[in-house]
Design a protein around this ligand. Structure first.
Ligand code: GLV
Length: 322
């Protein structure tokens, strides 16, 4: 029997490559990230499987040009870089890496909530600039969060993990997509999105990006938020109209924003870069040694399962789905 071929678009942490090499022929891209269709098509070639990162555009054109492909194992929980409809139509499995990154991403979200409400980035720049001349009662005052409402948009695995941590900071939780009559765990008050935005001190986004959620927070919705409120996004940049966010920050409506993701990633709106009231991170939500190794290993496990004719642990699209 000929060995199955797996194209891996980037070097991986943990034992993922080792596991793949035990049973397959592995082709590894050790060069620059593949961000365009043609390079991706050339790289996949006649491989049976591809292990992708979220910068790799797995479009219908790519799938059409790589007819031997049986599985796309995305090393991310999000899968907006993959055309799921085309994959389904072409009988290609798509898998992702949920669960293993939930806690790390929730921790980072709280890092951003604290950083933006307590002005940590600005305070560190202040000190490094040599402007700290001693403790002062009125220096770099932030906003308290205790007793305030955290609005969680997207009450899935990560949203719930973020909400669980809210009790430790004395915040109540509102969520826009829990069943009004259910008893959510952790506890959260159901609110329609607009009501949630209008009543939360901090709004945090944890919903997947798709055509229905693109610019979910447009200017009108951003202006529903109370004056001085904060927006945190560790999900996907295009959930927020970034130009509108800049305007809403510029006129002082919002207190600040903590962003780990951007609309035109890796580009960041210049209007954000110059502001002191935003905290900007380079998409590091799941970036711990342990979590990144677990993600790569889960992506490899998914691929190996499909190639062995088994059900992968975390499928997004099964070729039998209609
Ligand atoms: C990262 O953004 C992921 O989707 O895992």
């Amino acid at each position: 029997m000929t060995m199955r071929e797996v194209a891996v678009t980037a070097e991986l942490p943990g034992r993922a490559v080792e596991w793949l090499e035990e049973r397959c022929l592995v082709r590894l891209n050790a060069g620059v990230q593949i961000t365009d269709e043609n390079t991706l098509i050339d790289f996949i070639g006649s491989a049976d499987a591809v292990l992708t990162l979220l910068a790799n555009p797995v479009t219908d054109r790519v799938l059409a040009a790589c007819p031997d492909l049986r599985v796309v194992g995305n090393c991310a929980v999000g899968f907006d870089n993959i055309d799921l409809v085309a994959a389904r139509r072409r009988g290609v499995w798509v898998t992702n890496t949920p669960d293993v990154l939930t806690e790390a991403t929730a921790d980072l979200t709280w890092g951003l909530i604290l950083a933006v409400t307590r002005r940590l980035g600005e305070a560190e720049r202040f000190l490094r600039d040599g402007r700290f001349h001693g403790w002062a009662l009125d220096m770099l005052l932030g906003s308290g969060i205790q007793g305030r409402q955290l609005g969680v948009v997207g009450f899935g695995r990560i949203g719930r993990a973020v909400a669980r941590r809210a009790a430790g900071f004395g915040m109540s939780v509102a969520a826009s997509d829990v069943d009004e009559h259910a008893n959510p765990d952790p506890p959260a008050r159901f609110m329609a999105l607009d009501e949630l935005l209008a009543s939360s001190h901090v709004v945090t986004l944890h919903t997947p990006l798709n055509e229905g959620t693109r610019h979910l927070l447009d200017e009108e919705r951003l202006r529903l938020m109370p004056r001085g409120a904060f927006l945190v996004n560790t999900a996907r940049g295009p959930l927020v109209d970034e130009a509108a966010l800049v305007r809403v920050l510029e006129d002082g409506h919002l207190g600040g924003a903590g962003l780990d993701v951007f609309e035109m990633e890796p580009a960041v709106h210049p209007g954000l870069l110059e502001r002191e009231d935003v905290v900007l991170l380079p998409h590091v939500g799941s970036a711990t040694e342990e979590t990144r190794a677990a993600m790569a290993e889960l992506a490899a496990t998914n691929i190996l399962a499909v190639l062995a004719g088994e059900e992968p642990p975390t499928p997004v699209v099964r070729p039998t789905d209609h």
